[in-house]
Design a protein around this ligand. Structure first.
Ligand code: HEC
Length: 152
């Protein structure tokens, strides 16, 4: 009789542990491991914003390989979150943006805004002397369209 009770209790404990385990892993796999800009989006997305343009897809690849080690789109990290960057500093002028990305330390000498940023973030952006204008344009497209996808 006693052994039977023990057996039933153990079986229930085992079942509870398994269920908790399954729920735990299900939860992790559905949220934790998605990259920041691919998080499940729960609002309505307009059809035009749902898909990245061909250029923006190239931009995304470039962004991931060259910029994402320091920049996210929507959160500050080693460098500022880049969504909306064209409203800041002198980045509405695309020529200035090319100059900056090619050689940040040189650009900073004549630009108080980026000197201020550097003080704030306490580290120096790497230069990309070989980056082309098309590549910078593609990255900028990606940043804008990723924001649109989020409904910004
Ligand atoms: C090694 C880290 C690092 C990498 C890699 C990097 N950045 Fe930065 N970026 C920074 C930091 C830090 C700042 C802030 C200024 C400073 O301290 O140099 C910055 C600033 C900027 C700004 C100005 C942001 C604002 O809010 O005005 C832009 C635009 C930018 N980066 C674009 C890029 C792009 C595009 C790439 C990839 C081609 C890139 N960065 C790669 C670290 C980095």
């Amino acid at each position: 009789m006693n052994r039977q009770v023990n057996y039933i209790i153990s079986a229930h404990l085992l079942l509870a542990t398994l269920t908790a385990g399954v729920l735990f892993f299900k939860n992790i796999s559905s949220t934790e491991f998605l990259p920041e800009n691919e998080e499940a989006f729960c609002g309505t997305v307009s059809p035009t914003a749902a898909v990245l343009s061909e250029t923006a897809v190239k931009g995304k690849t470039l962004f991931m390989s060259r910029c994402a080690s320091c920049h996210s789109l929507f959160k500050d990290g080693t460098g500022p979150g880049l969504f909306g960057f064209e409203d800041r500093g002198s980045w509405a002028d695309r020529n200035k943006l090319y100059e900056w990305i090619k050689n940040p330390s040189e650009f900073m000498k004549k630009d108080p805004y980026t000197r201020e940023l550097q003080k704030q973030y306490g580290s120096m952006m790497t230069g990309f002397p070989d980056i082309t204008r098309d590549e910078v344009d593609a990255i900028a497209d990606y940043i804008t369209q990723a924001g649109e996808q989020r409904g910004y």
